[in-house]
Design a binder for this molecule. Structure first.
Ligand SMILES: Nc1ncnc2c1ncn2[C@@H]1O[C@H](COP(=O)(O)OP(=O)(O)OP(=O)(O)O)[C@@H](O)[C@H]1O
Ligand SMILES: [Mg+2]
Length: 261
């Protein structure tokens, strides 16, 4: 249920990438930089376990394959309504905060610089157009697969890490999913044997090859399928440098959008 009827202007920023590529870590830092900002986690829209296909060889529920992994209708509706209204529904509960993640610190000067600049932009926008400016950040492991999601992203970011690094980080973690918490008293998900090589990585490759030249998700450069996608290799770039480049782009795109108003 949405309750806000103030005039708002929303700019959306998508951060995609494989599991454990650092999406949630990054969007939290971006939120620190952007004065009025909200986060939507795709993990809150995953398909309940009992509705997922079961692997015929190993018997696990496959939570990774793009066509079945996400309740696409619910996520697409949620995103387009959040984009129109600039708030999340009052009854929306995110389970993301329960997941384990080691903090990756960033230079607080970078955060403070953009917090100040974004606050100025919010004030300018309110003065000129009488609208509240809001940034909605979307963090997703399957962000560039459904056209209804892609077309609702004003800024598009992709994090690419080598498979061995993503796998090692993943194996170090446990996950909470909405469904497990609700049905099993706060249970957690741990990957069953063979889950990485049989489910996670093949599904990641299938869902992302269309965005890289030659279908090469490992080393290919982005083709034009996802316009202006910003590709980062977080093992090569410090988090604050990614934050700095992304927020600069977000501020530029936001300022340009207003000129068109
Ligand atoms: N730039 C980084 N350098 C080193 N470690 C990082 C970096 N970014 C994230 N990590 C670590 O990797 C782990 C996964 O990070 P994070 O939760 O942000 O990934 P994610 O892409 O959101 O994964 P998932 O899709 O599974 O939710 C965390 O323990 C985090 O501390
Ligand atoms: Mg995450």
């Amino acid at each position: 249920m949405y309750t806000n009827d103030a005039r708002t202007k929303v700019i959306t920023v998508g951060v995609g990438g494989a599991t454990s590529s650092g999406k949630t870590t990054l969007v939290k830092h971006l939120q620190g930089c952007l004065h009025n900002s909200l986060i939507i986690h795709q993990d809150d829209f995953v398909t309940p376990l009992e509705k997922l296909p079961v692997d015929t060889e190993y018997g696990f529920a496959d939570c990774e394959d793009a066509p079945t992994a996400v309740d696409w209708d619910r996520m697409a509706t949620f995103l387009s309504e959040s984009r129109m209204k600039g708030i999340l529904p009052a009854d929306h509960r995110s389970f993301e905060g329960l997941n384990e993640a080691k903090v990756v610190p960033v230079d607080q000067e970078v955060i403070a610089k953009w917090q100040g600049r974004s606050e100025e932009l919010v004030s300018e926008h309110l003065e000129r157009y009488g609208e509240k400016l809001v940034w909605v950040l979307i963090d997703g492991f399957l962000l560039y697969w459904d056209e209804r999601i892609v077309s609702n992203l004003d800024v598009r970011v992709f994090l690419r890490v080598p498979e061995d690094i993503a796998r090692a980080r993943r194996e170090d973690r446990t996950y909470h999913t909405p469904e497990l918490i609700l049905s099993t008293d706060g249970g957690v998900w741990r990957d069953p044997p063979h889950y990485w090589e049989k489910a996670i990585w093949p599904a990641y490759t299938r869902a992302h090859k269309h965005i890289f030249e030659g279908g090469d998700v490992i080393e290919g450069i982005p083709n034009e399928t996802i316009k202006n996608i910003m590709l980062f290799e977080p093992t090569e770039t410090r988090v604050e440098d990614m934050v700095d480049v992304i927020v600069e782009n977000v501020i530029n795109v936001s300022a340009k959008t207003f000129e068109k108003n």
